[in-house]
Structure formats: structure tokens, C-alpha cells
Design a protein around this ligand. Structure first.
Ligand code: SUG
Length: 450
């Protein structure tokens, strides 16, 4: 048998954009609703995210950067009927429909776990890495991301020999797609064929349980369509329904209650409708690929779903070191919650696969419901694919220094809801983004540059 190419998992974090703010736009996301109208600090938000990227790069993990999107989106304001000069459109929206101006201004593209679903070349029949940008139809402020996301991915992963960047699925409730936040890949090694795990909140056409209070954002039909277009066959996929009760408790994406990597699934016992059947199917399909499978299931009696939602324990990054040992990247909120803190101490002390916990301050993003795992898109890459990726987006000392200075020069340290009405924010943002495309070597990426 041919030895598979060696591959690594790269994490592409979204750089927080200059308009980061708290607008309470995400019904069903408890943090977003609780912090509505509080004052944000875009500079601190961007610095917190950047420090996570730098630290993980320093530890030897392949770390990339995805640029923010242009906000406020003048395109959306135009589509909604706000005409005139750009400043007039902003002023009119601010007066007549501030919620729409807020939707047009969100920096939500920072949560790149929702940018796309990625299938590595080891899993796809044409041996290319497939990307499907997520349509994010569930929320207006997020549904406007996918076109720019596609353009960004197609710029960074431009080499058609190695990469295939699809269009988003049609934007309709039956095909609600939230990207990698509801997708995990299990495998023996990153370069060997794996099993892709798609978790959905509801099905449009098949009868099944549904949440009663909050929306289920991902549909079975969307998950199936992504698997289909990436060419994954039945042996390579497992579909599972998220427990609707946890969606009603604030688990708006599966990555708020489960995280997986290589052979390990770390999840809450209430994550799925039929947990035993899900674990068995994953175990059997992985066994057929000669891959082991371990579940670390956290019982409600140790960490309640409410504590998981508050602390974001499962919105962690589970990272493999070259020797196969794993570390868990968690937000500081996990240290502040006594049940979670004690659980994590015991987890590390046990003989299980996770032997270290790394804690990050990500409070600005967390207040909008975005933890460490929300901020990153995982892309498993062979050496050839890594070499074919745009070179300017990889985190290193030099890029860190430039981005750190760039944030200090361009970002405000205070953004209150009424500041979104300030037309200067658009100019500031564009000036910053124009410089950013030069720093990252991405050419003319944004509409305003074209
Ligand atoms: O889609 N919050 C994002 C958080 C996304 C987290 N991503 C993952 N779990 N993978 C969302 O709900 C809040 C914006 C505001 O309210 O201003 C927001 O969009």
C-alpha cells in the first residue's frame, strides 16, 4: 500500500474587524443577547485574537489568518433601499432602521468556524481540498458573509490543482448551513482517509424532534448537500442530530457542546439525540479505516449544559502535537466556573488523551458567543497544499509585529451602539483594510478596492 502524504492541521483564525460591537443580533445565542448594547473594545478584541494565533504559532502549530470583511456593508444598505451618498445611506438607516445598520455593521466574519465546511484531500475523490462557504441564512448579519468569504478563500487557496472552493448552498431555510461549527473530522492521521461528522439541528423534510424556543440553524439537508458536493461516500460520513433541548438551552452550534480531533470526541452527554448510536457508527466507520475512536463524555452531574454554555468548555480547540498527545485550548471563563475548572484539572490528571489545558483571554469575542473554536477554521493540508497556500497569511514573528502595529494604528478602543451611526467608521475601516491586504499580500480583495 502507498504511504499517505504527511499532513498537518492548520487553523485559520478570523482577525477581528474594526467594527466589532454588541448589537444583540443572534437570537438563541445567550451571550449575544445578554450583552446587547454594551460597549465594545474592537482594539482589545483584535489583540486578544491575535495573541491566541501567535501563541499557537509559537508552539509549532500551523496558524493562518483570515481577514475581516468590509463593514458597514454599503451593499446591504443599498439592497435594503438606502440610497444617496454612502454617509446619507448610513444616516438614513441609523434613523429609520438602526437594527439594519447594526446587521450591516457586525464584525461577525471573525468567527471563521462558520466561514465554510472543509474536506481535506485525503477524503475527497479528486484529491483536492474542498471548501463550501456557509450560507448562514439563519441571521441577516451573517447571511451577508458568504460571498466575500468565497472570494477570500479563493484568493488564499487559489491553486486549482489542490483546492476547490464551491459557492455557498442556496440561501433558504431548508438549506441553512453554518459551516464547520457543525462539522468535525476524525482520522488516524491528518493525511489518511477520515470520517466526517455532520451535526444538524433539524430536518426540513424528515420528521424529527425540533427545538421549541430557539432556532435550529443547521439542517440535515444542508449537511447532506455539503457531503455530496465534496464527494464523500457513505463510508466517510456520519450524520447526527443535535439534541433540541440543548439548542433551547443556548447551544446554537454543535461546537458549543462538542469538539473532536483525530480519534477523540470530547462532548457533553446531552449533545446528541441518540448518543450511543452516534458513537457506535463513528467507531465502526473509523475501525473500517483502521482508526481508533475514543469518546470523552462529560456527564450533566459534573458539568451542566448551563455551565457548558456559560464557560464554553466545549468551544475549545483540541490540538494534536506531533507525538500524538493532545492539548485543549479553552477560554478563561472555564477557569472562573468552579465545576468546569475542577473537571479540567481531573481531565488532565487522568490517563486520557488530553494532557494539557491552555487558557486564553478572549472576553471581547466571548461576549458575543464566540470562543476559541469559533474563531478558527481548520484546514488539514499536505506539504504540497501548504506550499500552494498564499504565503502571506501564515502567522510568524514578523506578521505578528505588523498586525499588532496595524491594530494599534487603526482600531478604536471603544464602540458603543450609537457609534455605528458615525460615517467616519466606514472610512477608518476601509483605510485599515486597504493596508491589511498589503500586509497579507492578498491584492485587491474588497469591493471598495475594485
Ligand atoms: O453567529 N455571534 C455569532 C457567534 C458565532 C459563534 N460561532 C460558533 N459557535 N462557531 C453568532 O451567533 C453576535 C453578534 C451581535 O450580537 O452583535 C453573533 O453574531
Amino acid at each position: 500500500m502507498q504511504t499517505p502524504p504527511s499532513a498537518i492541521e492548520a487553523n485559520f483564525d478570523g482577525l477581528v474587524g474594526p467594527t466589532h460591537n454588541y448589537a444583540g443580533l443572534s437570537f438563541g445565542n445567550v451571550a449575544s443577547q445578554n450583552n446587547e448594547k454594551s460597549v465594545a473594545n474592537p482594539r482589545a478584541a483584535a489583540q486578544q485574537g491575535l495573541r491566541k494565533m501567535k501563541r499557537l504559532a509559537d508552539l509549532g502549530f500551523a496558524q493562518g489568518v483570515l481577514p475581516p470583511q468590509e463593514r458597514p456593508s454599503i451593499r446591504l444598505l443599498r439592497e435594503l433601499g438606502f440610497g444617496g451618498k454612502e454617509a446619507e445611506a448610513i444616516a438614513k438607516a441609523a434613523k429609520e432602521a438602526p437594527e439594519l445598520l447594526a446587521a450591516a455593521s457586525s464584525a461577525s466574519a471573525m468567527w471563521t468556524a462558520n466561514a465554510a465546511t472543509v474536506s481535506p484531500s485525503a477524503d475527497t475523490p479528486d484529491r483536492r481540498v474542498h471548501f463550501s462557504p456557509a450560507n448562514l441564512t439563519s441571521k441577516l448579519h451573517r447571511a451577508i458573509e458568504h460571498e466575500a468569504t468565497r472570494r477570500t478563500l479563493a484568493t488564499i487557496f487559489a491553486d486549482r490543482e489542490h483546492f476547490m472552493v464551491h459557492e455557498a448552498l442556496p440561501g433558504t431555510p431548508a438549506l441553512g448551513d453554518e459551516g464547520a461549527a457543525n462539522h468535525t473530522r476524525f482520522c488516524a492521521q491528518y493525511g489518511t482517509r477520515g470520517v466526517e461528522f455532520f451535526v444538524y439541528g433539524r430536518s426540513e423534510y424528515r420528521r424529527g424532534p425540533e427545538p421549541k424556543r430557539f432556532p435550529a440553524r443547521q439542517t440535515f439537508e444542508a449537511s447532506r448537500a455539503v457531503a455530496q458536493r465534496h464527494g464523500l461516500n457513505d463510508a466517510s460520513v456520519v450524520f447526527a442530530q443535535q439534541n433540541p433541548e440543548v439548542i433551547d438551552a443556548g447551544v446554537f452550534h454543535n461546537d458549543v457542546i462538542a469538539v473532536g480531533n483525530r480519534s477523540t470526541l470530547f462532548c457533553h452527554e446531552r449533545a446528541f439525540v441518540e448518543p450511543r448510536a452516534v458513537y457506535d457508527e463513528l467507531r465502526a466507520k473509523l475501525a473500517a479505516r483502521d482508526a481508533p475512536f475514543h469518546v470523552i463524555e462529560v456527564p450533566e452531574a459534573r458539568v451542566s449544559v448551563a455551565d457548558a454554555v456559560k464557560s464554553y468548555l466545549f468551544n475549545s480547540q483540541l490540538l494534536s502535537r506531533p507525538d500524538g498527545t493532545q492539548l485543549l485550548v479553552v477560554p478563561e471563563e472555564c477557569r472562573e466556573n468552579p465545576h468546569v475548572a475542577i473537571y479540567l484539572d481531573e481531565l488532565v490528571a487522568s490517563s486520557g488523551p488530553i494532557d494539557e489545558v491552555l487558557v486564553f483571554e478572549l472576553r471581547e469575542s466571548m461576549k458575543n458567543g464566540g470562543g476559541p473554536a469559533c474563531l478558527r477554521l481548520r484546514v488539514a493540508l499536505t506539504e504540497a497544499e501548504r506550499a500552494a497556500t498564499a504565503s502571506g497569511v501564515w502567522m510568524n514573528d514578523a506578521l505578528f509585529a505588523r498586525l499588532d502595529a496595524w491594530i494599534a494604528a487603526h482600531y478604536r478602543d471603544r464602540l458603543a451602539p450609537q457609534d455605528l451611526t458615525d460615517p467616519k467608521l466606514l472610512d477608518e475601516s476601509r483605510t485599515a483594510l486597504d493596508e491589511l491586504t498589503q500586509i497579507l499580500g492578498l491584492g485587491s480583495l474588497y469591493d471598495f478596492q475594485r
